[in-house]
Design a binder for this molecule. Structure first.
Ligand code: ATP
Ligand code: MG
Ligand code: MG
Ligand code: MG
Length: 481
């Protein structure tokens, strides 16, 4: 009989057929019952061993973590929590696992412990569920854009531009570290680090993406992004994946509509495709919540939160309106904000963002029209308001439990305004001559945004730390595997 994956086998609803299953042993009880998992689902398949007629040497090798192949008759099961089991006719050990040394014992391990053995954590139910959900979300993102005629454009990983101008870039060097090129004052000359040119790993594909949109109309990128910021938070990584669509002829409202539709589409897709995994993660969180005092427990379960996000329109308001709300508010009766809102013009801290989303509106929020001075140079400038305040057509989408999940804007398409802003901010125009060309030849209204993929996976899985939703997390001092 052909090898079949456990998920497909369970979904087929068949019994009384011969099957072959390959996977890793989760537990082996009473020399008789193997719980076998192959990663296709969290449901283990029970393999019943005919121990009286099985070589005792082979029985000893069926240990937690071992890879085995089991063939036999699939029959209905009377066991609790399973509909079928396999009456084994033949068991083959494919790979032994020393039970003394195998770090994953059949018990609940803490996430901290599992982070230390991130190379093996794929074999746990929690991480199996997370990475299957992550897979579905990434597929759904492509499907959403492909259905709408967007072109998937691959933007470079090695680039000379720092789109955000935040200086959080990793240099790319090919020079001999023992003998690097030096500046006249004796320091390493990073202006020559990549075959004589200064380059870094991309912090965003947006500027290149705009070039694509100015010909193909609608494009999106979906690739790894690198930021050398101090990423010791539960929301930042040094390497993360970003989805960046860029659309010609869109204004800020079209941009917000697209972002909201995308988020709802992919969440709905995962809820449908990964029902079992999301239910597992929901239960996992409920168990965790039980450890907390009553008043700190979340009112909504993970499933409720996801459904709530689908059923409600995101609240849209301006930064200025948000500041007015925050000035009037305290997080609860006793506590004040750690960073009181000083007034108009400063960036919001995550405690403010989370207050707006979790306490005030109790749903996802889109903030628009931020002060010009706290946003990037490429954002479309508004006319100053009656008080002379200058804003740009920016939008940030804020999610419960996450804070900022999307950052975007309508882009400044007027050459003169753009150049003026670059001068004010000290951004060298000569280095971005190619970008400015899009404003010289057929410039038009356009907009786009960046969606942090891991923040999306955090939201959908209900996990609390971004390091747990990417297979190989990169953060300060962590890049071994
Ligand atoms: P934050 O304010 O959270 O630092 P940002 O404003 O610096 O984010 P943007 O430049 O707007 O981020 O990037 C677009 C999106 O990429 C963000 O909305 C967020 O979802 C995601 N993102 C940004 N930095 C990181 C990071 N270091 N790790 C993971 N995701 C990130
Ligand atoms: Mg940042
Ligand atoms: Mg931000
Ligand atoms: Mg941002």
């Amino acid at each position: 009989s052909q090898r079949i994956k456990i998920k497909a086998l369970l979904e087929s609803g068949k019994t009384d057929i011969d099957v072959t299953i390959k996977g890793w042993v989760r537990t082996f009880r009473n020399n008789q019952f193997i719980a076998l998992n192959d990663g296709s689902t969290n449901s283990n398949l029970q393999i019943v061993v005919d121990f009286e007629n099985t070589d005792p040497v082979l029985l000893k090798r069926i240990t937690t973590g071992a890879a085995i192949s089991a063939s036999g008759l699939l029959v209905a099961s009377l066991g609790k929590g399973q509909t079928v089991e396999v009456k084994a006719k033949n068991i083959e050990i494919l790979g032994d696992s020393d039970p003394e040394k195998y770090p994953l014992q059949p018990k609940k391990h803490s996430l901290e412990f599992l982070r230390e053995i991130a190379h093996l954590r794929f074999r746990t139910n929690t991480f199996g569920a997370i990475f299957r959900v992550r897979n579905s979300l990434s597929f759904a993102i492509h499907q959403f854009f492909q259905e709408r005629g967007f072109v998937y454009l691959h933007t470079p990983v090695i680039t000379a531009s720092d789109a955000e101008g935040a200086g959080e870039t990793f240099h790319v060097t090919n020079f001999d570290l023992a003998n690097p090129p030096k500046t006249p004052t004796g320091e390493i000359d990073f202006k020559q680090d990549f075959f004589g040119k200064a380059t870094n790993l991309t912090v965003s594909g947006q500027l290149e993406g705009e070039l694509g949109a100015m010909a193909l109309s609608d494009i999106y990128t979906f690739g790894p992004t690198f930021r050398a910021e101090n990423s010791n938070t539960t929301r930042h990584l040094a390497e993360f994946w970003m989805i960046e669509p860029e659309m010609a002829f869109y204004d800020l409202n079209d941009n917000m509509d697209l972002a909201e539709a995308l988020l709802k589409y992919v969440i709905r897709y995962a809820l449908d495709k990964n029902k079992e995994d999301i239910e597992f993660l929901t239960q996992r969180l409920l168990d965790e919540e039980k450890q907390k005092p009553q008043n700190e427990r979340s009112e909504l379960s993970l499933l409720d939160k996801l459904q709530f996000c689908l059923d409600n329109e995101f609240e849209r308001l301006t930064y200025t309106e948000a500041i007015d709300i925050l000035k009037e508010s305290t997080p609860n009766k006793k506590k004040k904000f750690q960073y009181p809102v000083e007034g108009w013009g400063t960036d919001l801290q995550s405690e403010h963002e989370r207050y707006l989303v979790e306490k005030h509106f109790k749903k996802p929020v889109i903030l628009t029209d931020y002060p010009k001075d706290i946003k990037a140079f490429y954002m479309r400038q508004n006319e100053p308001d009656a008080n002379g305040r200058e804003t740009v057509r920016a939008m940030d989408i804020l999610f419960p439990g996450i804070g900022e999940i999307v950052g975007g804007s309508q882009r400044e398409e007027r050459l003169e305004k753009l150049e003026q802003r670059m001068d004010e901010m000290g951004i060298p125009k000569e280095e971005l001559w190619w970008y400015l060309d899009t404003r010289r030849f057929g410039a038009c209204q356009h907009a786009g945004f960046g969606l942090g993929f891991e923040r999306l996976v955090l939201f959908v899985t209900g996990m609390g730390n971004i390091r747990d939703v990417i297979p190989f997390p990169r953060f300060p001092k962590n890049a071994e595997f």
